[in-house]
Design a binder for this molecule. Sequence first.
Ligand SMILES: C[S@@+](CC[C@H](N)C(=O)[O-])C[C@H]1O[C@@H](n2cnc3c(N)ncnc32)[C@H](O)[C@@H]1O
Length: 285
Amino acid sequence: MSEVTGRAATEYGVLFVGVSVQGQVRQLLDGVRVGIASRWRFGRVGAVDVAGQRLSGPGTLSGMSADGWLTDTRTSYDTVAVSYADYIRGALAGAPYLRAALALFADLVHTTGGGPVADVGCGPGHVTAHLHELSLDAFGIDLSPAMIDVARRDHPGLRFEVGSMTDLQLADESVAGLLAFWSLIHIPDDAVPAVFGQFRRVLRPGGPLLLGFHVGTESRLKTQGYGGHPMKVHVHRRRPDQVAAWLRDAGFAVEAHMLTDPDENVPGALLFARRPPRSSEPHED
Ligand SMILES: C[S@@+](CC[C@H](N)C(=O)[O-])C[C@H]1O[C@@H](n2cnc3c(N)ncnc32)[C@H](O)[C@@H]1O
């Protein structure tokens, strides 16, 4: 059991803060491999070719549900896209635990053979770009066309596409890894199981999943943000054990989770899961 403390504030909560680790964590710093012995507590709108599949066309949200909350979320992030990008830019530089988690995630993808990695709810694409720097073939998907424009502007060499995690326009088993950083926070409870079903569908067997989210039990309606711009978006905080239960129900193996800033009002959680390799999935006749 190891403990590390420190702090720095960002959208992700207060980072650099207390982490309790059961088991062994080796080289828990930027750009290195992390080994776990037991359990952590813890655009341009247009088509993109991912693993041979064409995604949705210019400006479309193919097949997307017309649910009001989805529309409100998209409109809200369209409104704040530029200011959110300014706000979050550089946040990873002050977030060693996030970087370590991303390095571990990259390592897991590489050790399972590599391939396309989806950053779902990528926002302005800074995490997508970080994954790319970790030698992953990362691409971003976001509900907000304005966010995608910003991501393409800031990271012109990378692939970004408009889409919703509620209806991913990706082929079955087409991605080697999937990450959703603080984007699931806008999905209501009753829609989460279907979203996890989408994640499992597009992940190839053995592929890792990394989720980042706010910890808690409350949901609140955010009516403004990132410089006082109007928003109408629900933010759902969740207990990691609840998220883990949903993941298991969707067919994932939950492997680890890390709790950041446990002494703050809104801790963060990083949860690692995996679509089980085909050999360990239930046999279907
Ligand atoms: C708090 S921001 C996080 C952005 C980025 N992942 C980061 O870590 O900075 C939430 C993002 O999730 C996106 N989002 C919300 N609901 C989504 C959905 N159903 N499908 C895809 N993206 C979604 C929003 O448009 C927004 O860009």
